[in-house]
Design a protein. Sequence first.
Length: 276
Amino acid sequence: MRHISLVAALATVAVSPLNAQTWQSIGVPSNSNAGAYWNNMSADRVGSAVCNVAAILTNMPALTAADCDNETPVNLLPLSPAPLTINGFFLGSSVTAGNQPGAFKFAAGTYNISLIGRLAGVQTTGWGIITDAGVAFAGNQSNLTVSGPFAIWINQAIPAGPNTIFTSALTAGANLVGAPNTANQQFAVFTNSNSALLAGGVISANGVQTFYVGMEDNTNCGRGFAAAVRLCEEPLSDRDYNDLIVSVQAVPEPATIGLMGFGLLALAGIAKRRTA
């Protein structure tokens, strides 16, 4: 169990791609290559299976262990119980009906952060969180308290070398970001309730809430996903966001837990008086 406090100098930067983002309903995932940015045909599928990140998180359509390639762990699918339903939400641009993921980061607080698994993801791809001040943590973290917004990062081995770091927010860890914009669109974020607050691209949990971040480890030669011509040996990305899937669970502070307990006791007292 780790409990670490980070005192980070926060940079306030106005970034236009953070605007006009909304929580949007997942719906039933498909291989349509249309609509929401994550709902593309995954290259990791077997036959007609739907293996993008939303299908994995909702188990809709129902997946079996043989439906998707190179599961880590080998018994990853199906996730049981499924973390989300098709009534869950993803963060997308309200302007383009969810076609673009945009940038995001998480608000200060205490979190449990853990890897759920990956499909065909490059095993050497590192991941973790990074604050606006550039303080980075790698891998799973239990009861980690961060005093400042943070983003998710992945460390890419291709195409620019092992020190290239991509984050889920333009302003997070500005001195370490390998790509200074969201052209590569490496991250997707999902949650079970759109009650999560969103201000300036910073996501704040409403009580105890879990977010799911799907990552795309194919950087598409740094060209983003609009380019149709291959300019290097790296294949075009399928934008299925299943290469790494991480849960980010908000943990209430002790004072919040106390208030919640007091509220429950008060409600119990009211109910008792009504039945007396």
